[in-house]
Design a protein around this ligand. Structure first.
Ligand SMILES: [Zn+2]
Length: 276
């Protein structure tokens, strides 16, 4: 856990005590930002303003970030949003008053212990929150009213609403090992739009679907795409099966020889019914 919510895109300016809280002045450092509407990348800064975010407390003392963020001009002449605020989902969601990591901890507390107990535990570590506000956040999550924050490492796979007929796409935060979104289908356009609306994905772990590959290449071309373990194993199993199918005669000849060395191996290939 770092002092800053995301050292890769923030720099610390000043840290001081202000009354009964620790105040940290920080600012964003990335040179470019992505327009949330059209996906155009821009480096033209329009203005700056300050956000105040409550963060994880330090030794029972509340911590507040005074974060300077920027507005950029969208360079796409056809875009309806000429000016946009840079998104920093790894730090805080749009319009949020708490950092992403604090929100996550509070949600976990409320989920595991309930509103009353979570509020008491929060008070012990320096956070004054009402039980109702904690339960409200839980309900907002279940109703889909809270914005989903794109994780740095995103897992993408399909799942069946109705096996053999209707499939959707499940998105998973692989660092936290929890699902974050269900998409209604497994089309390129649907995933592409989600990735464009939720910038910040650096590694995308997916199956072998060309639709997901294309969506990632269009929406987050800078992200690293990797095949998940299950599909790597499946690829390997299929490659071995193909290889063995092409060399059935040699395998049949080799099998008795190997069986003489190791009694556990079948005497013929493929093994007959009931063979070991
Ligand atoms: Zn735009």
């Amino acid at each position: 856990m770092s002092l800053l919510p995301d050292p890769a895109c923030l720099t610390l300016k000043v840290m001081r005590q202000n009354g009964d809280a620790i105040v940290i002045d920080a600012q964003t450092t990335t040179a470019m930002a992505t327009c949330p509407l059209c996906g155009c990348v821009s480096g033209r800064i329009h203005s700056r303003y300050r956000r105040t975010l409550l963060d994880l407390p330090w030794q029972g003392v509340p911590v507040r970030f005074h974060l300077t963020v920027r507005k950029f001009r969208c360079l796409n002449p056809d875009c309806a949003r000429s000016i946009f605020v840079e998104r920093i989902p790894s730090v805080a969601a749009c319009h949020a008053q708490k950092t992403t990591r604090l929100s996550y901890v509070l949600l976990q507390l409320a989920w595991l212990t309930g509103g009353e107990a979570a509020a008491r535990i929060a008070r012990l570590v320096g956070l004054t929150l009402s039980p109702d506000s904690l339960l409200y956040r839980l309900k907002a999550i279940s109703n889909g009213r809270l914005p989903v924050v794109a994780p740095r490492v995103l897992g993408v796979d399909d799942f069946a609403f109705r096996r053999g007929h209707v499939y959707g796409t499940i998105l998973i935060d692989l660092a936290k090992r929890c699902p974050i979104e269900l998409l209604p289908d497994r089309e390129t356009r649907t995933l592409q739009e989600w990735l464009t609306r939720h910038p910040g994905v650096e590694i995308l772990c997916r199956d072998r679907s060309p639709a997901y590959t294309e969506a990632a290449m269009k929406a987050v071309p800078e992200a690293i795409q990797v095949a998940d373990r299950w599909h790597l194993t499946k690829n390997l199993a299929e490659a071995i099966t193909r290889f063995l199918d092409q060399h059935r005669a040699e395998v049949r000849q080799a099998a008795p020889v190997l069986a003489a060395i190791d009694g556990d191996l079948p005497a013929v290939w493929p093994p007959t019914k009931g063979a070991a």
